[in-house]
Design a protein around this ligand. Structure first.
Ligand code: ACM
Ligand code: ZN
Length: 552
């Protein structure tokens, strides 16, 4: 490990010493050096080591019971042995000598904030303290990374007795918003995989899952009031073979699609909540709406007919901004979305909406005239403002891609800056919250090495080092505006990603680098240190069976 802090080097030495103490006891598994990703704010090594066995006494405050249950289930799944869960300070352990882990809420440490934690590994046991349960959860993630990688395995074969170097860690995230996106429209991914993706987010202390649920090529979100959205809009007749740039275009001739049930969505939301992950659903408008228009063509400017797209790209047919039925429809859709997703935000897309149809459409022209708008860009802005009013009525906040700046931002909108950093800079300067997700660093559908060596991808080149070099807060912002940068997110668009294995390949290890960008302080990290820790961390991904891209 590269000692960007001298403490880390000392930890290594102590870790080695701790292992030496275990010599002669084959049931105790020696540990490799500490390699925590994302790297914590402060690590203070201490002398000695802590012995822990899977049947350890797990003591937890009332508020910490959920996190304790998560830890107990995880240990049991990997080792076949369930920790002995009891209230903090209560009961004696069923397995004397197995050690203890205590999870405690400490409201009097405001410095740690809503997500920070303090983790102490002493010879007498492990104590994790945090002002809030989310902090305890992140402390547990760090503790798991102090255990052998097999703790991440799914099937009972992991060693069940460990020696952990004594250490004190205090840690809190740099940014409030630490996100990963997944497009389930270009290709569909079932709930089992979504849960696995959420596990990967949790492992890396990421706290937001942006679920891209509607697109030109498929509508995946069940809406009871408008069943044709999934029945018709959920299926396309065929899919492009190879890359868009390969000419002539060839298609596979196979109907493709799928959608989630309400129960599955609820299951995902619950699973995410247990991992302190907020799910942000994205319902695209006014553009990227061809699947919806295939089901309800009367919502377009021309009346159709349409079919969900079989090619990738940007399409001229979008929701008609002059037709009030469109807003009644969207109000109905968003009402059901708001009901299923308890988080504060709904993402409404807003990107890549051609104005071709609006320029020709009498109803759109009439809307522009009646509302006193200058042009179609102001019509888009008017559209988004009207949607914001609907969302406010549902108690939700609007997020949109940075095109929602054009023609003027809706009053409370949060901007996700993707075409670069400028949209984010402009929005933050205007006092709006911003999430940075620029195509330059955060598009994990781009190649991660020279294309000749890689499976087909969208294009571009976003190496691991490039992701690691990302700085979400632009120097152009003054201190007040900088506070509006809530964090950053990476996006996994799936035009060229047709299997869970390929999602993993494209997302990891770049997700590990993003996690460090959004969690760790710049002064506490370096690329060299990260790469060394990633080497050990990869064993953890191996134990989970993740198809990550190897660092060669
Ligand atoms: C986007 O990549 N069109 C947000
Ligand atoms: Zn129109």
């Amino acid at each position: 490990m590269k000692p960007n802090s001298p403490c880390l080097l000392a930890v290594l030495v102590l870790a080695a010493a701790g292992c030496a103490h275990t010599g002669g006891d084959p049931s105790v598994n020696a540990l490799p050096p500490l390699s925590i990703i994302p790297v914590p704010s402060s690590i203070e090594p201490a002398a000695g080591s802590c012995r822990l066995a899977a049947g350890f006494a797990l003591k937890a405050d009332v508020e910490a019971q959920g996190v304790a249950a998560y830890l107990a289930a995880k240990v049991e799944r990997a080792t076949g042995v369930r920790p002995d869960l009891s209230p903090a300070g209560g009961g004696s352990p069923r397995a004397p000598g197995a050690g203890s882990v205590t999870l405690r809420i400490i409201p009097d440490d405001p410095e740690l904030g809503a997500e920070g934690y303090a983790l102490q590994v002493a010879e007498s046991g492990v104590v994790i303290e945090a002002p809030r349960p989310a902090g305890l959860f992140y402390g547990v993630q760090t503790l798991l990374q102090l255990l052998p990688p097999e703790i991440e395995a799914a099937s009972g074969g992991a060693p069940a007795s460990w020696s952990i170097p004594c250490v004190e860690i205090r840690d809190l995230p740099r940014y409030l918003y630490r996100g990963m996106h997944l497009d389930v429209c270009r290709h569909f991914f079932d709930v089992e995989f979504i849960k696995r993706y959420l596990d990967l987010l949790a492992l890396h202390k990421l706290n937001t899952f942006h679920w891209h649920l509607t697109e030109d090529q498929g509508w995946r979100m069940p809406i009871a009031k408008y069943p044709r959205l999934t029945e018709v809009g959920g299926f396309r007749p065929e899919t492009l073979i190879g890359h868009y740039g390969d000419q002539p275009h060839r298609f596979d001739g196979t109907r493709y699609g799928g959608s989630y049930t309400r129960e599955e969505i609820q299951e995902v939301v619950r699973y995410a909540q247990e991992r302190f992950i907020t799910v942000i659903p994205e319902i695209e408008m006014p553009g990227h709406a061809l699947a919806a228009l295939s089901a309800y063509p009367e919502l377009s400017c021309t009346g159709g007919p349409f079919q969900p797209a079989t090619l990738w790209g940007v399409f001229d047919d979008v929701y008609c901004a002059g037709n009030d039925s469109v807003f009644a429809f969207l109000e109905g859709v968003l009402g059901e979305v708001a009901e299923l997703f308890p988080g504060p935000y709904i993402h409404i897309g807003g990107d890549e909406c051609p104005k071709t149809r609006w320029k020709e459409c009498p109803r759109c022209r009439e809307r522009i005239r009646r509302e006193g708008l200058k042009d179609e860009h102001e019509l888009q802005s008017w559209f988004i403002r009207r949607i914001e009013t609907i969302l406010t009525g549902y108690g939700k906040k609007l997020i949109g891609w940075d095109e929602i700046l054009e023609g003027g931002l809706a009053p409370q909108a949060t901007v996700m800056s993707w075409r670069g950093m400028q949209g984010g800079i402009d929005a933050a300067t205007q006092g709006h919250d911003v999430i940075m997700s620029p195509v330059s660093h955060c598009y994990f559908d781009h190649y991660q090495q020279e294309p000749a060596e890689e499976p087909v991808a969208f294009g571009g080149l976003t190496t691991l080092a490039k992701v690691y070099s990302f700085e979400p807060t632009p120097v152009e912002l003054d201190a007040d505006a900088a506070l509006h940068v809530l964090g950053a997110q990476a996006n996994v668009w799936t035009e060229y990603i047709d299997s869970p294995e390929k999602v993993e390949y494209m997302a990891l290890p770049r997700m590990c680098a993003l996690a460090e960008v959004v969690w760790s302080r710049p002064g506490a990290r370096s690329l060299e240190g990260f790469l060394r820790r990633l080497d050990s961390h990869s064993r953890r991904l191996d134990a989970m069976g993740v198809n990550y891209r190897r660092i060669r």
